[in-house]
Design a protein around this ligand. Structure first.
Ligand code: DX5
Ligand code: ZN
Length: 229
């Protein structure tokens, strides 16, 4: 089995030292940088935009995974592509024309994905499988770091995994299955067993105590636990 990817969410990083923070997580073995964009409209919080993405881009080699919690979506796609994003995901409820937005992301040279809130049905995938590089299941309601994992995400992950595997079996392109919210060393094994191959972790990574080996220690602990070790 491939080890799960870990995508630390910089929402929980020290924003006054962001360059240093992303270099540190890359050195600690992070696979993607998860970049949470909130607009105080689609979600009740306000974070960072393309300027910050451009500022951190030279500090890391790993992909930048931009999670757009914004409405509307389309105008930001070219700006994030230009700012060095590699993956751009958005919430289908926030786009008037979901298929068009997915195409637009790929046309700008990025991988494209849809994000499913806890109450958003997977049926949004039905007519879009060919357009997806990533499916991201929210395991908390979007807007804040440090929330508790919603257990109903586990059967939903299994259902998403079945759809992706069926798509692959029909000769479809690979689609990453990512989970976001409340991922910790004590639940990541169940999450990966349910079918996730990519785990976002914000507070678990950036809140890791130095006494437990800091970022390096928690990244190793997450990867080991994800393998069921
Ligand atoms: C929530 C964000 C998450 C968040 C995860 O809206 O999309 O990426 O930062 O943080 P933790 O891992 O602390 O739940
Ligand atoms: Zn996120």
């Amino acid at each position: 089995m491939n080890p799960a990817r870990i995508a630390p969410s910089i929402l929980s990083a020290d924003f006054a030292r962001l360059g240093e923070e992303v270099r540190a997580i890359e050195a600690a073995g992070a696979d993607w940088v998860h970049f949470d964009v909130m607009d105080n409209h689609y979600v009740p919080n306000l974070t960072i935009g393309p300027l910050v993405c451009e500022a951190i881009r030279p500090h890391v080699q790993i992909p930048i995974d931009v999670h757009l919690m914004v409405e509307p979506v389309d105008a930001l796609v070219p700006l994030f592509a230009k700012a060095g994003a590699n993956i751009i995901t958005f919430h289908p409820e926030a786009s008037r024309h979901v298929d068009r937005t997915l195409q637009m992301i790929r046309d700008h040279g990025c991988q494209a994905g849809l994000v499913f809130n806890p109450a958003t049905p997977l049926a949004w995938m039905d007519h879009l499988m060919d357009r997806l590089d990533v499916v991201l299941l929210m395991s908390v309601n979007p807007g804040f770091g440090g929330q508790k994992f919603i257990p109903a995400t586990l059967p939903k992950l299994q259902a998403a995994r079945q759809r992706i595997n069926a798509h692959l079996a029909r000769g479809g392109q690979p689609i990453a299955l990512e989970v976001d919210g409340g991922v910790k060393t004590d639940n990541i094994a169940q999450i990966v067993a349910a079918g996730a191959d990519t785990c976002v972790a914000g507070s678990a990574v950036f809140g890791a105590p130095d006494a437990d080996g800091g970022y390096q220690g928690v990244m190793q602990a997450l990867k080991h636990a994800a393998l069921g070790e």
